[in-house]
Design a protein. Sequence first.
Length: 326
Amino acid sequence: MQKRLEKAIKELAKINGDNLVKSDENTVSKVIEVFGENMPLQLKEWYSVYNGGFIGQIVEFYSTDKLHKGFSSELFTLKEMNDPAYKRENSIEPDLACFATTNDGMIVGYDLTEKSEAIYLYDIEEDMFLKFEDMADFIENEVQNYFLMEDALEIHFRKVVNNYIAYNNSSPKIPYSPNLNKELLLTFQPDEDGEVEWQPIRINEEIDLYDVEEELGFPLFGDLPQYYTTFLFFRLDGYVNKRTFLNFHPISSREGIKTLIKEQFKAAQEVFPNSQIFLLGMAVVINDDNYGIYYDNTKNNIFLYNPEKNKRVKLGNLSYIVATMY
C-alpha cells in the first residue's frame, strides 16, 4: 500500500472508531466489477481495507453490499449509486465514478475519462468541484476536518478533567491570583501549594464578533470564531507528539475576548506583517521554547514558528490539534 495512504488510514482509525466496515477477501473483486480494473490504485487499496461505512458524520462511503454482519446501518451500494439511470435522475455527471457522499450532499468520486489518481468532491447544485491529488490527500483532508471546534474543545477538557481526577483526585488546578475570574473557580482558598481548583465553562450566550472583524478588515474564518467564543478557560495545553508541547493563551473572561482577538492579531503582525495570522500561544519543540502558535485565517490551520531561527513546523487544523492533544 502507498505509504501516505497507509499513514492516513492509521490516523483515521485513531479517531473514527468502528464506523467503517472491514473488507474481506472478495471486496476488491466486487468493487472492480463496478469500476473496472482501471480504477485509481489508491482507491482500490482503500477498498482492500474498508468496504463502506462512515467517517464520523461527514462522509458515507458506498459498499459492495447493503448489509454487513455486526454493522447496524444499511449502506448505499456502489452499483445503485453508479447506475446510469440514477445518475441521470440526480444530475450526476456520467463520467463521475461515485464512491462516497458528504453530509452536505456533495459527491466523491473520480473521472472515468482520466488515467490518474485524482479524487473529486463534486457539488451538483453549484456545478463546482474540488480536486484532491489522490485518495491519501482526500483522507488526510477528512481527518483534519473530522472535529468541529466546539466538540474538539469539549473532548480536550473532558480528557484533562478525567486525568486530574484519576491521578490527582481533584479538578484541574492553577496558581492562585486575586485577579482570576471567580466564575471558573471551584475553590477560592489556595491549598498548601498555592493553587486553586478550576473548571472550563461553556459560553452560552452568543458573542457577536462583527465589530472586531470590521476593525480587522476581514472576517474570522474556519475554527477561529468558535475557538474564541465557545469556552472560557485558564489553561489549554498538551502534547501533539513526544517532542512538541503547545500552550495556548487563556480565554478567561467574556469581556476580554474582543480585546484578546485584536492583541493576538497585532502580535502576529510583528512577525508576519500584512497577513491574516494570529498568535494563539507558545510552544516547545525539542526543548526550544521560542516557538509561537500561529493561526492562518486564510487556510484554517495552525503552525509553529521560531522567529530567531526562522524555523516553521506545520501542524494542521486547529480543531483537530486541540481534540488530539494529550
